[in-house]
Ligand binder design. Structure first.
Ligand code: NDP
Length: 251
């Protein structure tokens, strides 16, 4: 990768992972169960999710279709995988949430929105302009391994989101101990799924942009998984003792 504007922006994304990780270890992002006063004006959580995640659909597609390789088969497959995740996250997940009365600070939404612009630009630009994928890339080892991780991570993420959602009846706002499946091993299989998914993306695109996003996703979600884990332990005396935060048997 050359150190032109593109290269510097990829490095910027990787560099941002460091302060993100360090700050989230001490200050959990103030939404959901970690919501607290002092973060300025708020908006309904559902609206927040749509606003901050939707650039990954429309902005990504716009940048992608400006690229010279946009109509080639391999970039189109990569586009479809990306959009599979983000159509779910931006336009299905917010409507499925049981988040009555939940609000989100505009600061959180704004930071995520800006991060998405950067991340979407480097990734979309890579797959339709900078990356050079031969027609047989779809049968290459990096693509097959990465794709298995991506789809496996996506499945874990979506099914874990569903388990969490079903812990509440419509209109309820409290918390219960999640049980079953990957929740028997870790507190946050939704975050583990997301980390696996974007690691898969890094491998299947074999790109610096994919690597930057995988690193950033880890920096963003690993400390949040640990904060959630601590939160459950402090509130539920019967929280399963052997359950880890997000890496089975380890952390
Ligand atoms: P959480 O696990 O904190 O919450 C998900 C939903 O489930 C919320 O509506 C939450 O309610 C509810 N919930 C969680 N635990 C319980 C429980 N024990 N009992 C009842 N309800 C519960 O996830 P996030 O909101 O942080 O993230 C949502 C999704 O977005 C995840 O799949 C995550 O992977 C993804 N994400 C990805 C990021 C990335 O960097 N790529 C960044 C952030 C999120 P409430 O909000 O009221 O707590």
């Amino acid at each position: 990768m050359r150190l032109d504007t593109y290269g510097w922006l990829v490095l910027l994304e990787i560099a941002l992972a460091v302060p993100t990780l360090l700050s989230l270890v001490f200050i959990p992002a103030p939404y959901g169960r970690h919501e607290r006063k002092g973060w300025g004006p708020t908006i309904p959580a559902r609206v927040g999710w749509i606003v901050m995640e939707s650039p990954a659909v429309w902005f990504f597609a716009w940048v992608y279709f400006l690229g010279p390789n946009a109509l080639r088969p391999v970039p189109l497959v990569l586009l479809a995988l990306w959009q599979l995740h983000y159509v779910y996250r931006a336009f299905l997940f917010p409507f499925l949430l049981r988040a009555e009365g939940r609000r989100m600070p505009v600061t959180v939404v704004a930071m995520a929105f800006l991060f998405n612009l950067l991340n979407n630009w480097v990734n979309a630009r890579w797959i339709s302009a900078m990356g050079d994928y031969p027609a047989d890339w779809l049968s290459s080892t990096p693509f097959l391994v990465g794709c298995a991780l991506f789809l496996g991570g996506f499945t874990l993420n979506v099914t874990s989101d569903r388990t969490l959602r079903n812990l509440r009846a419509p209109g309820e706002t409290g918390y219960r101990i999640p049980r079953g499946g990957a929740f028997e091993l870790v507190t946050a299989p939704n975050y583990l799924g997301e980390i696996i998914e974007w690691t898969g993306w890094a491998i299947l695109t074999w790109s610096p942009a994919g690597l930057a996003f995988a690193v950033y996703t880890f920096a963003n979600l690993a400390p949040r998984a640990v904060s959630h884990h601590r939160w459950y332990r402090e509130r539920f005396p019967d929280y399963p003792a052997g359950r880890k935060a997000f890496i089975p048997f380890l952390l």
